[in-house]
Write a new protein. Structure first.
Length: 244
């Protein structure tokens, strides 16, 4: 929590401990920006100013953005322009109406993997949406491109899992899928103290990871496509985060 003295040390932002006359006011996400809450914002700011004038310590609660759910989706697009090809792939993936922000590949503790169908129903048009994305593009006829997201889940849901991104040329579906799961499981395995020979095939390593009892599941979502003449081809694989 952020503790700010609301009187003498307001400009200096001195850190203080709450006292008996401390007022606790949680700042809920979106209270300032939502157009339907303008009146709430005005009343809230007026109350804060009154408390500051009275010399009361204000306690602000800090909210961490930790997703509670994630779903996997994919798409392929084709168009004469690369940007439009990307847009078409987003549409097929069902997320073209989102403002996407790419993040790194940690799956938070207790974050549930839900179905694509259920996940898409929870999206709000125009919202800021965090995701892990793998993308590949080509304008060469007959060129094979592949993208994949791998997922590795620990047995203990108090631990975090991993998401991996694979994107490249010349890989078929199975090779990209295996590589994505291998990478995700490998990253999770090292955090759990599992050391597996990296030269082994994924099928062998998969058995080692699962037999350890520490990794409960690995999965992937993969999209491949061949390039076509006089057009850009884009493939996407994504893990999309949701918040309660």
């Amino acid at each position: 929590m952020l503790l700010i003295n609301a009187s003498k040390n307001w400009k200096k932002k001195k850190w203080t401990k709450p006292s008996k006359d401390c007022v606790y006011q949680p700042i809920k996400q979106g209270i300032i920006s939502h157009p339907r809450r303008r009146r709430t914002e005005s009343v809230f700011r007026q109350k804060i100013l009154e408390l500051i004038c009275e010399g009361v310590t204000i306690v602000y609660e800090r909210f961490d953005l930790v997703p509670s759910k994630v779903f996997l989706t994919k798409g392929v697009g084709r168009h004469r322009y690369q940007l439009k090809s990307f847009e078409e792939a987003l549409r097929q993936a069902g997320v073209a109406h989102q403002n996407l922000v790419q993040v790194s590949s940690i799956l938070p503790p207790k974050c549930r993997v839900i179905s694509r169908e259920k996940g898409l129903t929870k999206l709000v048009i125009g919202s800021i949406r965090y995701c892990v994305m793998a993308r590949a593009d080509t304008n060469e006829q007959g060129r094979l491109i592949a993208t994949s997201i791998g997922v590795a889940l620990p047995k203990d849901d108090n631990n975090w899992g991993y998401l991996s991104e694979v994107h490249g040329h010349g890989m078929n579906h199975d090779k990209a899928a295996d590589m994505a799961e291998d990478l995700a499981a490998g990253m999770l395995g090292t955090t759990l103290g599992l050391e597996v020979d990296p030269n082994k095939a994924w099928s062998e390593k998969e058995q080692v990871y699962k037999s350890s009892g520490l990794i409960i599941k690995t999965t992937n979502i993969t999209q491949t496509a061949y390039g076509k003449k006089d057009a850009w081809t884009t493939t996407l694989a994504m893990a999309v985060f949701l918040f309660d």
